[in-house]
Write a protein that binds this ligand. Structure first.
Ligand SMILES: Nc1ncnc2c1ncn2[C@@H]1O[C@H](COP(=O)(O)OP(=O)(O)OP(=O)(O)O)[C@@H](O)[C@H]1O
Ligand SMILES: [Mg+2]
Length: 316
């Protein structure tokens, strides 16, 4: 059997983002798109995000120095910033002669049926290894090459995004042995290469204990990302967005009553927040408005929710 699943590249934009971008390109001017892109690229160091970045940083520093295995789990609902931890970290890793350029942290994205063959193939591809296709058995046989590559390139962190499915025990045992060996491979990598492994998922960490207790015991650091409650931290987040954004004046969102409405509109989800702000800046820039206002945020809310949505618009 040849593996047919396309590798999901963690560095490529997600499908939803691509669709969103397409719609925006057809509606807004180039100038507006340029300004709004700056907001899209902004990362804010809120406490949960910072904790995860620091955990990666620590593992990055000590990887390879100790025998002890270093594992991190990052859990959080959709849109709370799990993939962003990888993207931000990758962007900020300083160059070093200890590892090959861009190879200090390597990321792959799991799929629903992540077999050990898929994982090996995705990792070989991340290392740009030319022979990354084949059957499960052929790929399984290449795990030694993979381990050599990890060592040779000096990789310090392996980030596995969307890892839930592979960490959840399936009730029916797969027909071939290596289809259930994903966690074995991860353990092997942790033990043999002395690198840090990060598993990001919605809630896979808890089920990992049932799937593979030995791997679970190597995942010593647990980070949790959440939706924001309506409190001081939320206002802190909005302040940080406003002060970090130099391309457009977001001062309006620092107002406490505005912050409350934005929380209602986004339920404290950072993806929804970013979408709303980006859309509002697009609308405002095209109307030559120098700052945001409630009307613009209301229009942006309708746009990001899509036509015919039934959610009440907090800005009305
Ligand atoms: N700390 C942050 N500062 C600014 N923007 C952020 C931050 N964290 C996440 N975002 C933004 O929120 C959006 C969603 O983040 P991300 O894709 O990382 O979430 P996720 O937890 O991986 O979601 P999913 O489970 O759906 O994959 C992205 O547009 C990202 O830029
Ligand atoms: Mg993600």
């Amino acid at each position: 059997m040849k593996l047919g699943d396309e590798i999901q590249d963690i560095d490529a934009p997600e499908l939803e983002e691509v669709e969103l971008k397409k719609r925006r390109i057809s509606v807004y001017s180039t100038g507006a798109l340029k300004t709004a892109a700056a907001i899209d690229r902004l990362y804010v160091n809120h406490p949960g995000f910072m904790q995860a970045i620091q955990a990666l940083d620590r593992v990055f520093q000590i990887a390879g120095e100790f025998e002890m295995q270093q594992g991190i789990t990052i859990e959080g609902p959709p849109g709370t910033g799990k993939t962003s931890v990888y993207r931000y970290f990758k962007r900020t890793v300083p160059a070093s002669n200890l590892f090959a350029e861009g190879m200090g942290i390597i990321g792959v994205r799991g799929i629903k049926r992540t077999t050990v063959g898929y994982l090996i193939r995705a990792l070989l591809k991340a290392y740009k290894y030319p022979f990354s296709s084949g059957t499960e058995a052929q790929l399984y046989a290449r795990r030694g090459i993979l381990i050599d590559l990890i060592r040779e390139k000096g990789t310090k962190i392996l980030f596995i995004d969307e890892s839930s499915a592979m960490l959840t025990k399936t009730s029916t045992r797969s027909s071939t042995q290596h289809e259930t060996d994903v966690t074995d491979l991860l353990r092997e990598i942790l033990d043999e290469c002395g690198i840090g492994v990060v598993l990001a998922s919605y809630g896979g960490g808890a089920s990992l204990k049932h799937t593979d207790n030995a791997l679970a015991s190597r995942m010593s650091v647990r980070c949790a990302l959440q939706e924001f409650s309506y409190d001081k931290q939320w206002h802190g987040l909005l302040h940080a967005f406003a002060s970090q954004c130099i391309e457009y004046d977001l001062g309006f969102i620092k107002d406490r009553s505005v912050g409350k409405l934005i929380h209602e509109a986004t339920q404290g989800n950072i993806r929804d927040l970013k979408r709303l702000l980006t859309e509002a800046v697009l609308i405002a820039t095209d109307k030559a408005q120098l700052t945001l206002n409630a009307e613009t945020l209301g229009k942006a809310f309708n746009e990001v929710k899509g036509r015919g949505h039934e959610s009440p618009n907090p800005f009305d």
